[in-house]
Write a protein that binds this ligand. Structure first.
Ligand code: MEV
Length: 334
């Protein structure tokens, strides 16, 4: 098995890996219990990992330098030990690459994804790192292997990780996770989304734990939630395939109400959803773990997205991003 990571000729090598943010359109939380979820890539929100082996006496373990948006979106730099979820990923990678110990590395993560906003920052960090390690060590990881490694970090970061973030942060097309399989759904008419940040972070681990406790107290609530969320996702897939954007939008808004009923929205995300609708969006809902974070709104065209985005930023001061989802045929796998 390759030992490239520690060989003398490789000491000077630097390798990079990339990933991006994501927004969940339908199925967050229910997907943790096996229900379908549909997510979109947000290519503007890039995440790049750069790795450089460090060797010799005193090199010790790996070190991480991280640049990510802080409060108000300004880049903030931190440096220190590798957090537990990425240390576990390095261990799992070493095992896969046949290395006796994880390589000692200088890791630099440069992310434009605001953390704790439901935009997939933790999965994108892990995915970018996996791709950089793969490039450095010439492991030739298959997509499934890369996914499995990202999931090692994701499970450590927020316990029950369904895999939707790990998939969408590496996909160029929308991703449907259903029945344990990832697929590309068919998109009958291209559209745009506007993502707006409420400015307050939500912990996915906390949100997942909150629902787990609520479902333990009331198992019927869990059954009803999974049933309704599955209904939204399946109907949304039909709308998506048929290009019925107004109907897709209405389902988004209905889904926001359902998630609000579970206590997952905040005054901030409720206000953003209302503002997006007032500004003419076809639909709007919170996205991701909730308890803060972002709202995703549906628009028909780039100009429509621009006007919704301008209204959101102007009336609420929110940071916004837009993404285009082009028409395209669906297929199995990604
Ligand atoms: C987080 O982006 C989505 C959740 O459904 C958790 C998961 O699927 O792992 C809340």
């Amino acid at each position: 098995m390759s030992t490239h990571c520690t060989s003398t000729t490789e000491e000077q090598r630097i390798a990079t890996g990339e990933a991006h943010g994501k927004a969940i359109l339908f199925g967050e939380h229910a997907v943790v219990y096996g229900a379908p979820a549909l997510a979109l890539p947000l290519p503007e929100l890039t995440c790049r990992a750069t790795v450089r082996p460090v060797t010799g006496p005193g090199s010790g373990g790996s070190r991480l330098r991280m640049v990510a948006p802080g409060a108000h979106g300004t880049p903030r730099e931190t440096a220190g030990d590798v957090p537990e979820e990425l240390a576990l990923l390095l261990l799992a990678f070493a095992e896969r690459a046949g290395l006796k110990t994880p390589p000692a590395l200088e890791i630099h993560l440069d992310s434009r994804i605001p953390p704790s906003r439901g935009l997939g920052s933790s999965a994108a960090n892990a995915r970018a790192l996996v791709r950089a390690l793969d490039a450095l060590c010439g492991t030739g990881l298959a997509e499934q292997e890369a996914f499995d490694l990202v999931q090692v970090a994701e499970r450590s970061a927020h316990s029950r990780a369904s895999g939707i973030d790990a998939l969408a942060t590496g996909s160029e097309r929308p991703v449907l996770l259903a029945d344990g399989r990832a697929r590309t759904p068919s998109v009958g008419a291209g559209f745009h989304v506007v993502v707006a940040d409420s400015g307050s972070g939500g912990s996915t681990r906390e949100a997942v734990g909150m629902l787990r406790d609520a479902f333990a107290r009331d198992p019927d609530l869990r059954t009803r939630f999974i049933h309704r969320s599955t209904g939204f996702a399946r109907a949304a897939l039909d709308d998506l395939a048929a290009g019925r954007l107004p109907s897709l939008g209405r389902r988004l808004t209905d889904c926001h109400r359902m998630l609000a009923g579970l206590g997952l929205t905040t005054d901030g995300t409720d206000a953003l959803a209302r503002t997006a609708l007032d500004a003419g969006a076809l639909g709007a809902k919170m996205s991701g773990g909730g308890l803060g974070g972002c709202v995703v709104a549906l628009a028909t065209s780039a100009a429509h997205a621009e006007s919704v985005s301008t209204a959101l930023a102007g009336r609420t001061g929110a940071r916004t991003w837009t993404a285009a989802v082009p028409e395209g045929a669906g297929h199995d796998g990604r």
